[in-house]
Design a protein around this ligand. Structure first.
Ligand SMILES: NC(=O)c1ccc[n+]([C@@H]2O[C@H](COP(=O)([O-])OP(=O)(O)OC[C@H]3O[C@@H](n4cnc5c(N)ncnc54)[C@H](O)[C@@H]3O)[C@@H](O)[C@H]2O)c1
Ligand SMILES: *[C@@H]1O[C@H](CO)[C@@H](O)[C@H](O)[C@H]1NC(C)=O
Ligand SMILES: [Zn+2]
Ligand SMILES: [Zn+2]
Length: 392
């Protein structure tokens, strides 16, 4: 097969050829990513090859990179699932996108034909729904990445997206075309964090005007919940975070009250009960911590309060609830990608974002060149960034 190297910036027609380009490869849990040359195969049947323009780092990349869950370890691997790019070429049978289209990768795909895709009450997809344990293409169980050296070692995929690369190959169910007029850089946020948070408030909770909300964990996901709740007219949006800096950014993004659990010995749920005269209508867990999930549960109004779980739990522990506690009328539900069906609903959400329904700019706290990806990981680990955009 013909090979084109993009290492020296040469381009031309690359369709149907192997592309050699830069990627950030993870060689082991917690090891710094290595920017190196990789081979990216052409897209096969119903696949799309995308040139990534911008990517950012979500806490899910951080957990996976650290290897927090043993069943998800596969190395070498290319992480990354929050990005925006341009279609370079498409494989056989792909009609919905074409070379040159601006696209957002979807870690939670939408095949459009399975029973779940046809059901309006879920954004699960039986074929290409998110599964962090998977690391090869669904078509043939192989990778489209290999090392550029003589060994041609397979490099595993992540969440069907693997965006920490100049080029990546995705199933066509895992890309959505966006308006070419949309501000492309900001659209990166819609690929995971922003859609997940706003969608959890809009689609999963369906927050109404005047309702009260508590959000645990004020990263990009939690603050996107705040923006979603603010846009719906929630009367109180209580933010809870152990990092005091988050009260400052939080106030710009919908948070009306801030609680740092470390500031007092009084249990957080008791404080929330006080502020809201009995508990919030909706609480959101955006940390991935079972104790926090329990506090979020205890913070809702007895009789009808709903807790929405967004944080990813890597430990094999079960829910921290006694089954009878649910007889109080309180509910717990989970939200993946904010309940959005990626291919059918994201274009409209992108339009709403462009109209200013929710803020975008505040979520981009840092920008760095792709080579500095390890610094961007550090910023997220230190709680200094919401999203750091990497230009590839
Ligand atoms: N459900 C989904 O579809 C989906 C999508 C994206 C991310 N996630 C998950 O959502 C979570 C948040 O992601 P993010 O990118 O916003 O992460 P982040 O690291 O930017 O934010 C996490 C926040 O939680 C705070 N925190 C940590 N421990 C806390 C505690 N005990 N009490 C209160 N706050 C605490 C941190 O200070 C930080 O501000 C992660 O678990 C991530 O894997 C889920
Ligand atoms: C994509 O997701 C599907 C469903 O979880 C999985 O079977 C497949 O292996 C994934 N592919 C990649 C490249 O991650
Ligand atoms: Zn994510
Ligand atoms: Zn489907």
């Amino acid at each position: 097969m013909e090979v084109v190297s993009l290492v020296n910036g040469c381009s031309g027609n690359t369709a149907g050829k192997v592309i050699i380009c830069k990627a950030a490869v993870a060689w082991g849990p917690g090891e710094p990513l290595v920017i190196e040359q990789v081979r990216v195969d052409p897209p096969q049947k119903m696949e799309v090859r995308v040139k990534i323009l911008f990517t950012s780092i979500c806490h899910t990349d951080l957990s996976a990179w650290k290897g927090e869950n043993e069943s998800q370890r596969a190395y070498p691997r290319i992480f990354g699932h929050e990005a925006v790019g341009i279609v370079e070429s498409v494989g056989e049978g792909v009609t919905e996108v074409a070379a040159g289209d601006h696209v957002i990768p979807l870690f939670n795909g939408e095949c459009g034909v399975c029973r779940c895709c046809k059901n309006p009450n879920t954004n699960s997809c039986e074929k290409l729904g998110v599964d962090p344990t998977k690391s090869t293409m669904i078509l043939d169980g192989k990778t489209r990445f290999t090392t550029a050296d003589e060994r041609r070692q397979p490099i595993y995929h992540f969440l069907n997206t693997s965006t920490f690369s100049e080029f990546t190959v995705l199933d066509s169910a895992c890309v959505v075309k966006i308006d070419s007029e949309a501000p492309i850089k900001k659209m990166t946020l819609l690929s995971c964090g922003l859609s997940t948070g706003v969608g959890a408030a809009w689609n999963t909770a369906n927050v109404e005007a005047g309702s009260t909300v508590a959000i645990f964990g004020l990263g990009a996901v939690g603050l996107a919940v705040a923006e979603g709740a603010r846009a719906r007219g929630a009367s109180k949006i209580i933010g809870v975070d152990v990092n005091p800096q988050k009260s400052i950014i939080g106030k710009q993004l919908g948070i009306t009250d801030f609680i740092n659990p470390r500031d007092s010995d009084k249990p957080v749920h008791e404080k929330i009960m006080e502020i809201t005269d009995g508990g919030v209508d909706y609480s959101f867990e955006c940390v991935g911590n079972l104790e926090v999930l329990r506090t979020a549960f205890l913070s809702t109004y007895i009789g009808y309060g709903t807790t929405i779980m967004l944080g990813i739990h890597t430990s094999p522990k079960l829910l921290p609830l006694h089954p009878m506690e649910l007889f109080s009328g309180r509910k717990v539900v989970a939200s993946v990608f904010g309940g959005f069906k990626g291919r059918t609903q994201l274009p409209h959400f992108a339009k709403q974002c462009m109209e200013g329904v929710v803020k975008l700019d505040e979520f981009i706290t840092h920008e760095l060149p792709f080579d500095k990806i390890n610094d961007a990981f550090q910023l997220l680990m230190d709680g200094k960034s919401l999203r750091c955009l990497l230009q590839i």
